[in-house]
Design a protein around this ligand. Structure first.
Ligand SMILES: [Fe+2]
Ligand SMILES: [Fe+2]
Length: 291
């Protein structure tokens, strides 16, 4: 990953949730995770749009891992003795599906799963149960792999097509704007007497700052997001949203999309065996030269 676990961590100064007193609150938090993990399973859909065989293999593994994370939250609800509740609209918005592979890797994987990973770290620190914390830690390590894949794919896409930067940056800014609104909303409602919850506004501020660093390290922005003026931010967001709507209307793009079945013969993955076929037999079929 482009950021270490320490850089993504937040010091809650030993504050812990209380399983009995915080049952409703913990059920609400776990319900947001549960929704995110279920949207994670749907990553299987992106295999159809994977640019190469290695990426398709990664997505297949990720799909299994997200299913395992659903199991972790099933355990969480059993430990808590509570039922899941409906997801918050902000979480639903932040988990909404992307329109193309580049958007999926940048928005859902590098940034979105980066948010999720930071919340995983926070829950691990603030939960008062070692067994559950270990299960969550194993899931967090798998999430680190998902974030790293998103970062690497995004950097590859930006190197190949620098014009993508403007559109993707506008969408990142839109997500962060929503998180900032959420930070203000929650700041007015947190229980100031709760040892963990009173630190949430500061914690959300850290998530925003950390995301800013990730975007800089991916090369998505050449300056910190705090240096973007209101007008510049507004122009980038409206530009990205307009392009997103326009792209949805371009139905012919769907017919131009290449699947693995079109590209696998030229894929790096097959390069080794493709090199072996150096001679042709009497029927003109390439065969492997005898050693
Ligand atoms: Fe997950
Ligand atoms: Fe994930």
């Amino acid at each position: 990953m482009l950021l270490t676990r320490d850089e993504m961590g937040f010091d809650f100064k030993g504050a812990k949730f209380d399983r009995e007193k915080d049952r409703d609150l913990l059920a609400w938090i776990a319900s947001q995770f549960l929704y995110g993990e279920v949207t994670g399973i749907q990553v299987g859909h992106w295999i159809l749009h994977a640019p190469d065989v290695e990426s398709a293999k990664f997505l297949a593994r990720q799909c299994i891992e997200e299913l395992q994370h659903v199991d972790v939250f099933m355990e969480f609800f059993k430990w808590l003795g509570a039922r899941p509740v409906k997801v918050h609209p902000v979480v639903r918005f932040l988990s909404s599906e992307s329109d193309d592979w580049e958007e999926h890797c940048a928005l859902e994987m590098a940034q979105g799963e980066g948010f999720v990973l930071m919340i995983f770290y926070a829950i691990i620190n603030c939960i008062d149960d070692d067994k559950l914390a270990k299960r969550l830690d194993a899931a967090a390590r798998q999430e680190e792999g998902h974030v790293e894949f998103g970062e690497q794919q995004t950097m590859k896409a930006l190197a190949k097509n620098p014009k993508l930067r403007k559109r993707l940056l506008g969408l990142h800014l839109l997500s962060l704007w929503v998180v900032k609104r959420f930070e203000k909303w929650i700041g007015k409602r947190v229980d100031q007497d709760h040892p963990v919850m009173r630190q949430i506004p500061e914690y959300l501020g850290t998530i925003i700052k950390t995301t800013d660093v990730r975007l800089q390290r991916m090369g998505m922005t050449s300056k910190p997001l705090a240096e973007y003026g209101k007008l510049e931010t507004f122009a980038l967001i409206t530009g990205a949203v307009t392009r997103k709507v326009a792209r949805k209307l371009m139905f012919w793009r769907w017919f131009r999309k290449k699947r693995l079945t079109h590209t696998y013969m030229h894929d790096e993955y097959l390069a080794e065996v493709m090199k072996l076929a150096e001679v042709k037999n009497a029927a003109g079929i390439p065969v492997i030269k005898a050693a």
